[in-house]
Design a protein around this ligand. Sequence first.
Ligand SMILES: Nc1ncnc2c1ncn2[C@@H]1O[C@H](COP(=O)(O)OP(=O)(O)OP(=O)(O)O)[C@@H](O)[C@H]1O
Length: 340
Amino acid sequence: MSQPSVMVDGDHSTEFDSTPAVSVRHLSKSYGDLIAVDDVSFDVDSGTVVGLLGPNGAGKTTLIKSMLGLVVPTSGTVEIEGISVHDDPTAAYGHVGAMLEGARNVYWRLSVRENLEFFAGLAGHRPSEVRERHDRLLDQFGLAEKADVAVNDLSRGMKQKVALACTLSRDVSVAFLDEPTLGLDVESSMDLRRELRRLADHDSMTVVLSSHDMDVIEDVCDRVLIVNDGHLVADDTVRNLVDLFRTQRYRLTLDALPPDATRTRLAESYGVDDDEWTTTGEGVEFEATLADGAELHALLGVLLDAGCAVHGVTSLDSDLGDAFLELTDRASPAERGRER
Ligand SMILES: Nc1ncnc2c1ncn2[C@@H]1O[C@H](COP(=O)(O)OP(=O)(O)OP(=O)(O)O)[C@@H](O)[C@H]1O
């Protein structure tokens, strides 16, 4: 299946007056013969949350590490808050906090506050300078009572929150988070999602996060970038992506099974094979994937001409998962519909 060519427009710079918080241009990274990131360009506006989504090995981590200078890109440029990371890495990365390995990054034998002070100290801040900021973070993350407890003695969700708090332990405006909710139970994951949204909405934090979890992306992100085989195959809002790939899939309920000739016609013209038909309490029903409303109209015409009583037509929604599968060349909703 070919991928849509209209989806990717990495150059959003003309749409906004202000300097983007993150600007990536023609970024590529090869490991020997393997091109892990291939000519990727996009901008991230201040105070927005952008999700990086892609199957295993798609290049998400390499992309994040290349933006952070943790691996040296083969080519391309990255600017943070308008500063080139190549020309002035200290100034550019001074704006950035990163959480790459979740709670594995923090020191489990140190207390929560000691961790915050350690990470702020790496950027040259004395504990007294950042005390107020850390008190605020501890409050916001519900960690105030645990400030003097060793991280080792905290729950998994709390450890993850400590890792996120450490990312923000000094004054940063951009956070890169690789799989921030990995391994969390639903409640802790929801908690962290709320916190990320709050950081963007109330603190104007810019967040770039990668995740395999569609729910996290749908919940938290303003925009989603889908990476496949090192390429950016989509760059759009979650809503637009879902809408773009919304299949016109319908469930139709009839009072009785139509005559053989009508079923043959439905199979040939609309992919409604014999095994699609199920018997329900009210009669029979089947699902069909149709190109548009006109095709639905035509299908209804076939049924009505055959004297069938149609009790109901239900539109079945698609979601970000369907858009993702379509863009990464997995079976599309339409194909799945036809295969059934
Ligand atoms: N240090 C490395 N040396 C060689 N190849 C690497 C290295 N790091 C990553 N790769 C390869 O680059 C490709 C992209 O890997 P990357 O880890 O960026 O993908 P990902 O999208 O983050 O995957 P996952 O979702 O599984 O974490 C993969 O084929 C991977 O095997």
